[in-house]
Ligand binder design. Sequence first.
Ligand SMILES: Nc1ncnc2c1ncn2[C@@H]1O[C@H](COP(=O)(O)OP(=O)(O)OP(=O)(O)O)[C@@H](O)[C@H]1O
Ligand SMILES: [Mg+2]
Length: 241
Amino acid sequence: MSAGDSRICALATVGELAATLVHEIKGPLAIADGYIQLLQNQVRDDRSRDICQKVRSQLEHIDHLVQGLLYVARAQRPNRRPCRPEETVRNAISLIQATALARGVEIRVSGLARTPEIHADPGQISQLILNLLLNALEALPLGGIIWVRLRCPESLQAVVLTVADNGPGIPEDIKDRLFEPFVTTKEGGTGLGLAICRNIVDQHGGRIRIRSGKKGTLVRVTLPMSGLPVTDSPAVPVAGC
Ligand SMILES: Nc1ncnc2c1ncn2[C@@H]1O[C@H](COP(=O)(O)OP(=O)(O)OP(=O)(O)O)[C@@H](O)[C@H]1O
Ligand SMILES: [Mg+2]
């Protein structure tokens, strides 16, 4: 059994526990939110209304956290079908283009010519790309640049997606734990984005590598066309960063 397979098995066990826990937490959360909403509608002064709103947004944050935990822990099986990676990349970019413009961040795209079909879950691949784009966007100051590149090296029989930025880089103290759930440096961040990415890539038999320094961050995702795992054999070189 590969390291990826045993990770998925471990997650499946944790998934049972997480599913029960999420179920038990969501009920009381919804009830608490209902009561606060009731109170919010009854109080007259702005300060009290504001406090109610703050409590509600914290409850919403907990709700997102437990949902995300469930997503990571369940290691959802992808619903694979033939899809074109460049279409998924284009869609994901179009979703964040307006936010990027508003923040003065430029997205430069290359290699989005017609790529071969891969056997993958387009919804999951889209979520993967979005998470990477959002991380880059959130790290960048005004005038920052994101490079998105898609390649299809024949020797790999895989599609290689890179998302790079010229932001400040990933803080040293979390570099070793990036794919663990709840590792975040952002106020209001869940720290689940990269854990979910890793999960999706594992489920597709792919690889994800991150290299980061003071001049920016580069994430490289290798997805096999067949859906079979990218192997470590020298004939099929692993796309490290
Ligand atoms: N491109 C990047 N540049 C700089 N730091 C990054 C980049 N991508 C990830 N990070 C760092 O890795 C941490 C974990 O990222 P991850 O996507 O898992 O969670 P998050 O972005 O904090 O929260 P979420 O994605 O759940 O909203 C981030 O908080 C950030 O510190
Ligand atoms: Mg993120």
